[in-house]
Structure formats: structure tokens, C-alpha cells
Design a protein around this ligand. Structure first.
Ligand code: IPE
Ligand code: IPE
Ligand code: MG
Length: 254
């Protein structure tokens, strides 16, 4: 008899305790997964889209409010042209193939990043699905696409500077909340949990502002191998952490 708990048992277990409202995932290790198998890197990205589907389903089933997936960074534009082109093809394919499931499951698809840098063939299905799913409320799935946290913060600061110059900025001190309202992620809840796969222990420009008080989980599993039970195990680990937000343990509500 297997000692590995079933998916249903794991799901039931994590549903018993408070869940992170917003989970961010740095989906890393696709290239290494492929290279280990003597396959082209793109095959790793392709297999990674199956992990995206599985993890999205699991998040939706247990009731995570917001899931943000780091799919392509501002810096990833500097990869070899063939890899960038292959990733753009896969993105378009993903948006077309997953459309029905996203709509059937009342998921709202959202995107953050320098979206105007994306080719038309990605932007068109992205904008279409974003519009079609805009009234959905079960979960918001945000793709961080052509995204950089520093780029996002600079864009927010630039908007504030422009507003100040044109005299439309309210004459009161800027607060972290007012600044956050200018970020691309603005209406989303703060990030409670960031997961990074593939054994790298860095943030790589993901949700820099938003993850100020996030819990971090780094796992050696490569993204194409990271499936629903790995995700549920991360949620369970999160549920055992004590989040103090600068307070002492004794100050926290029991
Ligand atoms: C993550 O996998 C996907 C993207 C960055 C687009 P990588 O392509 O970075 O895979 P590794 O890190 O080279 O294994
Ligand atoms: C971060 O992974 C970006 C995505 C997962 C989309 P990278 O593979 O690009 O990050 P570095 O280069 O290892 O920091
Ligand atoms: Mg990588």
C-alpha cells in the first residue's frame, strides 16, 4: 500500500487551515529538465505548460484567491532569438488551448508586465481572454509576462512624476498604499507565498514590492516536474509558518 497521501487527502488537509490569499510562482528549470533528457530547451517549456495547467487546477480547487505565474521576464528577451520565438509560440498556444477551461472554471485571466513588447500574435489572444474572463470571480490567474519588478516600480514612479508635473497629484504625503496603487498588480491582494522551483535561491526581479512580507519556499524540483501534489505540499508548509510582520510572537493573536 502506498504511503503517499492521495491528492484528495492533501487537498482536504490544506483546506482545514487558512490558505495564502495570493501565491506567486517563479517557474524555473524548464531548460535543465530538457537538457537532462537530451531534448531541446523548448521541450522543457512545453512540458512546463502541463505543470501550469495542473497547478492552476489545484489552486482553484482548494480556493486560492490569486495565483501569479512568472512566465517570462523583461530580462528573458535577451535569450537566443529562437528560444524567445519558441516561447512566444507556446504562450499563444497556451492562451488558445486553455481558454475554455479558464472560462468554464470562472477564472479571471490577468497579465502584468511590459505587455506592449509582446508580439501581436500573443497580445491578441491575451487581450481577448482577459476581456472574456473579466467578470469571473473564482480565482484570478495573473501571468507575469515580459515582467520585471524594477521595471514595474520605475513605471509607477514615472506615472507619479508625470501626475505631479501636470498638477493632478493630490497634495498629501505619498504612502506605501498610494504607491502600490500605481503598480501593475494594483487590485491584487499582497503576496503571501512565493515558490521558486529548480534549486535557485533568488528572486530574479519577481514581485519585488509585493513580496515584502511574503513567505518563500525554494524547492529543488524542476518546473516541468512540479505538479499538483508539490503545490499542495507548499501550501501545507506555508500553513506551518508563523508570520510576524515585525511583531513579537507573543503579540500575535492566538
Ligand atoms: C524557466 O525555465 C522559464 C523561463 C525563464 C522562460 P528556464 O528556461 O529558465 O530553465 P533553466 O533555468 O535554464 O533550467
Ligand atoms: C526567472 O527565471 C524568470 C522566469 C521564471 C520567467 P530565470 O531563469 O530567467 O532567472 P535567472 O536568470 O536564473 O535569475
Ligand atoms: Mg532559469
Amino acid at each position: 500500500m502506498s504511503t503517499i497521501p492521495s491528492l484528495a487527502a492533501l487537498e482536504a488537509q490544506v483546506k482545514e487551515r487558512p490558505l495564502p490569499r495570493h501565491v506567486g510562482i517563479i517557474m524555473d528549470g524548464n531548460g535543465r529538465w530538457a537538457e537532462e533528457r537530451g531534448l531541446p530547451r523548448l521541450e522543457g517549456h512545453r512540458e512546463g505548460s502541463n505543470s501550469v495547467r495542473e497547478v492552476t487546477r489545484a489552486a482553484r480547487r482548494v480556493g486560492v484567491e490569486a495565483l501569479t505565474l512568472y512566465a517570462f521576464s523583461s530580462q528573458n528577451w535577451s535569450r537566443p532569438m529562437e528560444e524567445v520565438a519558441g516561447l512566444m509560440d507556446l504562450l499563444r498556444e497556451y492562451l488558445e488551448k486553455e481558454r475554455k477551461e479558464i472560462l468554464d472554471n470562472a477564472i479571471r485571466l490577468n497579465a502584468v508586465g511590459e505587455l506592449d513588447r509582446l508580439p501581436r500574435m500573443v497580445r491578441t489572444p491575451l487581450e481577448r481572454l482577459r476581456d472574456e474572463s473579466s467578470a469571473n470571480r473564482a480565482m484570478v490567474l495573473t501571468l507575469a509576462l515580459s515582467y520585471g519588478g524594477q521595471e514595474e516600480i520605475v513605471a509607477a514612479a514615472s506615472r507619479l512624476v508625470a501626475a505631479a508635473r501636470s498638477g493632478t497629484l493630490p497634495d498629501r504625503p505619498l504612502t506605501p498604499e498610494a504607491f502600490a496603487a500605481q503598480l501593475w498588480t494594483a487590485p491584487l491582494p499582497p503576496v503571501d507565498l512565493v515558490v521558486r522551483t529548480s534549486g535557485e535561491h533568488r528572486v530574479s526581479n519577481f514581485l519585488l514590492w509585493q513580496s515584502a512580507y511574503a513567505e518563500f519556499i525554494f524547492t529543488d524540483t524542476l518546473w516541468p516536474e512540479f505538479r499538483a501534489h508539490h503545490f499542495l505540499a507548499c501550501l501545507a508548509e506555508y500553513q506551518h509558518r508563523e508570520r510576524r510582520f515585525g511583531l513579537t510572537s507573543a503579540q500575535l493573536p492566538k
